[in-house]
Design a protein around this ligand. Sequence first.
Ligand code: 2M8
Length: 440
Amino acid sequence: METQKELNLSAEASRILNKNWRESFTVPSSSLYPFQWLWDSGFNAMGWANIDLERARTEIKTLLSAQWKNGLIPHITFHNDSADKMYFPGAEFHGAYHSPNSPDHVKTTGMTQPPVLGFVLEYLYEKEKDKSENLEFYKSAITSIISFHRYLYTDRDPYNEGLVYIRHNWESGSDNSAVWDDVWKMYQPPVYNVERKDTTHVDQSQRPTKRDYDYYLNLIDISKQCNYDEAEMFEKLPFLIQDPMFNGILAASNQSLIKLCELFGMNDEKTQCEFWHAKTTAGLNDKLYDASQSLYRYYDLKNECYISMPTAMGFTPIMAGSPTKEQAAEMAKKIMGEDFTGPRLDGFLCPSLAVTSPSFEHNRYWRGPVWLQVNWILERGFRQYGFNEVADRLKQDSLSLVQKDGFYEYFNPKNYSDEKGGYGGNDFSWTAAVILDFIN
Ligand code: 2M8
């Protein structure tokens, strides 16, 4: 029996997804982000799968229709020409449509985002009541996602380590994470006098700084000068990072593709995904697991050094079954300890940066606040290893935050009973999507 509270949350979450639906895809937020973002779209499709599977499939079809000729699935698809008026940087600043690999019918960015689509597709398929229907959709989506992964392993793993690199901080999904501070210290970008749109919707204190944006825009400028040629970008970009969340999500998606290929009798593809999965989990464990922190860390390929920073993202490879049981037990202790739950152990999981870190900021975007789609990944991961207490806490904290503050983009992890702690955009799609999964 659903409680009244759950019914209200469910109705509110459905209202938000409907409000943010635009004919064939969902915008993350109607004011702040008016186009289709890759990993948002994946989470939003999972949300839709709880209330309208047709829309869930349409969301994925629309996203895949913007796939590049080399397999890249772009981070933003600008579905209409007013892009540059509504969001900065828009299609013109990115200039990715000049690349011979970009699609002909729609403008996109020339970078990607965490590769969630493998596990998203498995989620959708599990929700199908009649498994004999929509087979063409599933087979075609599996093929597109495999070609995306092939692009990543071919063009983004220069030393054949099973760990692909990201070449822009926006590809990580965790845009202004304190992890990148070390990379920014290595060079000085020019100052860009541009008109940002994000700070007209959200208070500047909750967004990246102006100087942060100089770095982000400079990476786009360099990519544009390379006309988005991967080999040239590898030579010229100052930002090449093996990111644990990106690779953990890639491995989790490979795991799902293995199951789907098995079900659909796609044997060669299954063998390929098994090979990738084994390689990436080995790479994660051999190179990125940091036993002294009980977390996965980052590797900076350009400057040839590790970056260790206690982030929520450092736990995410648990979803791919990467850690050993012993490592997972250490990770469970870590996430429930005072670094992440605060001195009284009563904070909300999981802060994007440990509350004990000197760089922690309770309201600034990816430098402290809780993000529900990250909680969803962690909840699945810890549950899979049998750490139900951790998984239950992640789920309960997510529900409590939304009940307390509303369907915001991110939340204050500190537990002040009388203070509202929802930040960024409101009526946010993936927050609604995650809630729909948690209560169904
Ligand atoms: C945020 O990123 C965009 C750039 O991609 C922005 O700040 O303008 C991030 O939170 C990213 O992970 C997310 O996909 C996007 C849309 O929700 O917003």
